[in-house]
Ligand binder design. Structure first.
Ligand SMILES: NC(=O)C1=CN([C@@H]2O[C@H](COP(=O)(O)OP(=O)(O)OC[C@H]3O[C@@H](n4cnc5c(N)ncnc54)[C@H](OP(=O)(O)O)[C@@H]3O)[C@@H](O)[C@H]2O)C=CC1
Ligand SMILES: CCc1nc(N)nc(N)c1C#CCc1cc(OC)cc(-c2ccc3c(c2)OCO3)c1
Length: 196
């Protein structure tokens, strides 16, 4: 299956977290995340979300496991086992991918920093769905302490930002892509990057 990283990050230094949580709550962004990671083009298939143990712990208990998706949680102290309906524990990416049933259409890596910064360099990851966030109010800095180490903006980067039409194709026409969404001081856009 296609393996994609999906992440929301604050430009320019690609901050993603603060004290183990998300530095922001963006209602429309959460809906985009849910729609993109849940939707399959084949109704008989299902998607999987892969996350680190700390991200699993940080999702409010009432929202986990993320519904209608196979939830794979990575920990070095897990055995590889299915622990609940749609919840798989694994101790490596490789093991988690080898255990996937044939009816999995896409695998989305949903965080956190340690997992992202390992997998951005894994050639099995072919797509990056990056929500690029900007702070429009320089007088109100956002507290952040966790960053992506993604080589996106360097000239020799192997990752290329695709046109919006390619993102629309990837997520399907049933998901509406708004430009320059504003929530509070934050303004953001959805982007697709692929390896050159
Ligand atoms: N902005 C965004 O889009 C998102 C932001 N976040 C943010 O990211 C932060 C959390 O990131 P982080 O603290 O790095 O934690 P992670 O969610 O990346 O989880 C880290 C844990 O995952 C396990 N792990 C990591 N690599 C491997 C591996 N190769 N094999 C097996 N297990 C592995 C380990 O578990 P163990 O210790 O049990 O061995 C490790 O401690 C939070 O601030 C969160 O809010 C999270 C998701 C999305
Ligand atoms: C939803 C934020 C998000 N956006 C993008 N673009 N990529 C991502 N990987 C994520 C994420 C994530 C994991 C996560 C972390 C979290 O707290 C740290 C909460 C959620 C979450 C997941 C589903 C929810 C919800 C919150 O509120 C309502 O439904 C989900």
């Amino acid at each position: 299956p296609t393996i994609a990283i999906i992440v929301a990050a604050l430009k320019p230094d690609l901050a993603i977290g603060f004290q183990g949580k998300m530095p922001w709550r963006l209602r429309k962004e959460i809906r985009y995340f849910k729609d993109v990671t849940t939707k399959t083009s084949d109704p008989s298939k299902i998607n999987a979300v892969v996350m680190g143990r700390k991200t699993w712990d940080s999702i409010p208990a009432r929202f986990r496991p993320l519904p209608d998706r196979i939830n794979i949680v990575l920990s070095r102290s897990f055995q590889n086992e299915t622990v609940d309906t749609n919840v798989i524990h694994a101790n490596s990416i490789a093991n988690s991918l080898s255990q996937l049933q044939p009816n999995v259409e896409r695998v989305f890596v949903i965080g956190g920093a340690e997992i992202y910064n390992e997998l951005i360099n894994d050639s099995r990851v072919t797509h990056l769905l990056l929500t690029e966030i900007e702070n429009t109010n320089e007088d109100n800095q956002i507290a952040v302490d966790t960053f992506l180490k993604f080589p996106l903006y360097s000239t020799d980067s192997q990752w290329r930002k695709q046109p919006k039409s390619e993102l629309q194709k990837f997520i399907g026409s049933s998901i509406t892509l708004e430009d320059d969404i504003s929530e509070g001081d934050l303004k953001y856009n959805y982007t697709l990057w692929t390896r050159r």
